[in-house]
Design a protein around this ligand. Sequence first.
Ligand code: GFB
Length: 319
Amino acid sequence: MAQEQIVMNRDAKVYVAGHKGLVGSAIVRRLQREGYTNLLVRTSGELDLRDQKAVNAFFEHEHPEFVFLSAARVGGIKANWEQPAQFIYDNLLISANIIHASYVYGVKKLLFLGSSCIYPRECPQPIKEEYLLTGPLEITNDAYAVAKIAGIKMCQSYNRQYGTNFISCMPTNLYGPYDNFDLNSSHVLPALIAKFHAAKRDSKSEVVIWGSGKPYREFLYVDDLAEAVFHLMRTYSGSEIVNIGTGRDTTILDAAKIIQEVVGFKGALTFDTTKPDGTPRKLLNVNRLKNLGWQAPTELREGIEKTYAWCLQNNAFDK
Ligand code: GFB
């Protein structure tokens, strides 16, 4: 069903779920820069999004008009592999509670954030939105992916049955300020930034890269993601999902070499092939987003330089 465009005025009440995270914090920065004055946020300590009663009470009391659903349990390949139960449970509940409450309490528009890992492992590349549910998922993150697919289906189902305006977008692998730099639970870019930094600081002779270094990944700077979702919130309505990426990818080894140069580490790179590679490649086709008027401006090296500078200024490795 075609939706009419709803204007998100600067005084609209906008709830950013997950505002402490990599994505949510970038969305808050973007909205603040644009002059949005009525932002609604809650930490997980203040509001447990897995608790349906608490979420309903929050929506009933606050009545947000717009919702960015950027709250999720996220992590890199190791965390996804080791804690699939937590990833599927938390993400199913977070999405179900917020999407349902948004319908019940009359939210004008909601934007749901999925992930490029929702697509089948052996997809033709670059991955078009219509490849969703056309084949088996990558096993290292299938629990997380199923929860995210459920979120997409909820948005589409509520639009169809209840006439809501819930849109879904699928970002590629993200990185930037306020990322998680913990080596056990982080994604590859923050992990390697932290590893190269520590190796340089401690005059180590090598940095260990998990897996073979051969998988390809597409990396998007999180401020670009925030720009894209802001653009979609203002200009796009519809049930079709929208990929958000750069349209370019790189091997893990080449990404590691960029980080090595940016950090200034002179030692060797070695590989721990007991660690999984995960999916061989997941490059998004971003034509739909381009046709909607948006392209990612930040090159990988520039994004890594900005992220490393932010880490140094904010003592990110000590947290
Ligand atoms: O970013 P990452 O953890 O997750 O790993 P995925 C990407 C690739 O980098 C894998 C390799 O091939 C890893 O083996 N890698 C090399 C490392 N060194 C490291 C390291 O020190 N730490 C990490 N973490 N990886 C996640 C999914 O998949 O991506 C989530 O598990 C989500 O569900 C997210 O979709 C965006 O790209 O493989």
